[in-house]
Design a binder for this molecule. Structure first.
Ligand SMILES: Cc1cc2nc3c(=O)[nH]c(=O)nc-3n(C[C@H](O)[C@H](O)[C@H](O)COP(=O)(O)O)c2cc1C
Length: 307
């Protein structure tokens, strides 16, 4: 079973993606956080993030758009840089996007979905895919989109079986996933709540026809998850994990012109996805670190006290 790394705005930037590939195996494709248009251009910061990817073949830039013009502006930029794939975000649940009919907000409007998907025909050099929720307001919204999706040339469709108001924590709606995945004629990728090898096994047993699984939070918390699944091992090497964090900090220091405060603040955000073996008490202690060296030594203590 192929494993894809989900796009995670604020986390899976190029620093993280490039280093992850250096340290861990088992992930076949890495999706970038979405690129968006601001003042009729793609945000510079978004372009830099995809441009600095170390491997354009296993990186899939994602765009978010509510019109054919926005799709074209972003996709042309992605193509110009030399990427082969482009994913379209039909899943972002945040009102800032959904109110503007972007992300999951577009799912209520089949005409808008059709406009965005039609725009992909203008850029035949790129292989497109979509990542969608079941709906914005209602889980049945996706059923109105089946024909449009089937009429579009797509590599695959990733389904996160929730609606917007559930954000990332409401109950996964597997029955509707099952229905939708049979109706859609493109290869299907499952996404949502896979945190352990057993979770991956269960979903692939239940849905043997899926092409791949996409994992976000599960891989952030346990970067060994994909390689363990692939090799049928169970391992969490604290030394490697710590080394990975050391290198992440170096990467962010370089990004923030050596500002320790900024690099420290950034790296602390990753504690919201700390490995389950690190206790909440330890997470709180690490969160209080006042320097990078304190952060690393407290992380080491936390890891050692559990291994
Ligand atoms: C902090 C955060 C940022 C996210 N950013 C994106 C994004 O840029 N594009 C996207 O399609 N999904 C984004 N997602 C959704 C994830 O890709 C994924 O669909 C979701 O976390 C469910 O998968 P998981 O249970 O494996 O984490 C984000 C989720 C979180 C929690």
């Amino acid at each position: 079973m192929k494993i894809f790394f989900a796009p995670m705005q604020g986390f899976t930037d190029f620093v993280y993606r490039n280093l992850f590939k250096e340290f861990f195996l088992g992930v076949e494709k890495f999706f970038t956080p979405f690129l968006r248009v601001e003042n009729s251009q793609v945000r510079k910061k978004d372009i830099i993030d995809i441009e600095k990817s170390d491997n354009y073949q296993n990186t899939i830039p994602q765009l978010i758009a509510n019109s054919k013009d926005e799709v074209e502006i972003i996709a042309q930029e992605i193509l110009k840089l030399g990427f082969e794939n482009c994913d379209i975000n039909f899943g972002c649940p945040f009102p800032q996007q959904t109110f503007k009919k972007r992300g999951a907000g577009i799912l209520t409007f089949p005409d808008k979905v059709a406009e965005v998907l039609k725009a992909t025909e203008k850029i035949p050099e790129l292989k497109f895919s979509i990542k969608m929720r079941l709906g914005n307001l209602d889980k049945n919204e996706c059923l109105n989109l089946v024909d449009i999706i089937n009429d579009t040339k797509l590599e695959f469709v990733t389904i996160h079986p929730r609606i917007s108001k559930q954000m990332y924590n409401g109950e996964i709606q597997l029955e509707m996933f099952s229905k939708l995945s049979t109706l859609i004629q493109h290869p299907i990728v499952y996404n949502g709540d896979l945190k352990t090898k057993e979770d991956i096994q269960n979903i692939t047993t239940q849905f043997p026809n899926i092409k791949a699984v996409m994992i976000g939070r599960g891989l952030l918390a346990d970067p060994f998850l994909a390689q363990n699944f692939e090799s049928d091992k169970n391992g969490f090497d604290a030394k490697i994990y710590l080394n990975f964090f050391n290198r992440l900090i170096e990467g962010y220091l370089a990004e923030y012109q050596n500002s320790e405060v900024m690099a420290l603040n950034k790296i602390k955000t990753f504690l919201s996805f700390a490995p389950s073996k690190i206790s909440t008490k330890h997470v709180k202690t690490i969160q209080k670190a006042r320097s990078i060296s304190q952060f690393i030594s407290q992380l080491a203590v936390a890891l050692n006290s559990t291994t």
